[in-house]
Design a protein around this ligand. Structure first.
Ligand SMILES: [Zn+2]
Length: 294
């Protein structure tokens, strides 16, 4: 404790007194270090900043042009199955996170994409509105209405503070995989992409199913990889960083427009920061799939 007291005294001595704050501390002299004046921004410095911004903009525009022209094709990706079940927690997860995978799969002939949404997104009491928005969004993404299962279950509330019971979620998923003869299951990974507890709960439930061999052996499981914070907001630039990987689905320029249109169907959620998200989030341009590790 003496050591701590000594430390606090030392810090106190370093702090300026009230008189200092009223006079010298806020004077421009304080901003001068070893002869360098921070307030002296000359035209020479201004030119370098301008040049940096100009070159950065030029490179970004050139890369976006290459992106628009280079990726009109369908990504092959990892999924080879014909009956794909995607499990999400809330309306809008399908386009905010799984958009590139869904638009690529629905373009392939013979692939039937199904969606399970485990809550109505009723956190703010607008579950009815969000349910209808989900249907409109799925139509835009190419998922038939008959392939959508939307749940309103008191045990699975839309709530970032509630851990869903893994057994309830696991039972729902396994029943639907068997009843609808699914050969592929896709959901969040163990970090839940955005870290939402409801997303993570689905991942945990799938891990329970896999570890207890409760899924048909013909059903392959995949998880959407949570990108690092650096890659999460690189926008279309992630395409240049990861396009060579065999486990990715890439949105073409047209696909990205489709995802944006689908997101706009979630009108109650489409506020300014989600508009920015659709533009700058790498999940709207590229999905990386991995096999869950048990
Ligand atoms: Zn969600």
């Amino acid at each position: 404790m003496d050591y701590l007291n000594a430390s606090y005294r030392y810090v106190d001595e370093l702090l300026p007194s009230i008189e200092d704050l009223n006079s010298d501390f806020l004077s421009t002299d304080f901003l001068t270090v070893e002869g360098f004046d921070f307030l002296d921004i000359s035209w020479f410095h201004f030119f370098h900043v301008w040049l940096f911004l100009f070159m950065s903009s030029f490179i970004l525009i050139a890369l976006s042009h290459i992106y628009y022209k280079t990726y009109p094709e369908v990504s092959e990706g990892l999924i080879k199955g014909k009956r794909v079940l995607i499990v999400i927690a809330h309306p809008d997860d399908e386009c905010m996170f799984f958009g590139p995978t869904i638009v690529n799969l629905t373009k392939k002939s013979g692939v039937d994409v199904h969606l399970m949404c485990l809550s109505e997104g009723n956190y703010y009491g607008d579950g009815d509105i969000r349910s209808r928005e989900l249907l409109s969004s799925c139509q835009e993404l190419g998922i038939p209405l008959s392939n959508i299962r939307l749940f309103s279950n008191g045990h699975l509330p839309d709530d970032p503070l509630v851990d869903w019971d893994p057994e309830i979620v696991a039972s729902l998923i396994s029943w639907h995989v068997e009843a609808m003869a699914m050969d592929t299951l896709l959901t969040f990974d163990d970090r839940g992409v955005s870290g939402h507890r409801n997303h993570i709960a689905i991942s945990r439930s799938v891990n329970v199913l896999l570890s207890e061999n409760r899924l048909p052996s013909s059903c392959k499981c995949y998880a959407l990889k949570s990108e690092s914070i650096f890659l999460k907001y690189t926008g279309f630039l992630i395409v240049f960083l990861k396009r060579k990987h065999s486990n990715v689905y890439v949105s073409s320029h047209t696909d990205h427009k489709t995802i944006k249109n689908a997101m706009s169907k979630h009108a109650s959620q489409y506020v300014w920061f989600r508009k920015l998200f659709v533009t700058f989030s790498s999940y709207c341009y590229l999905n990386t799939l991995v096999c869950p590790q048990i």
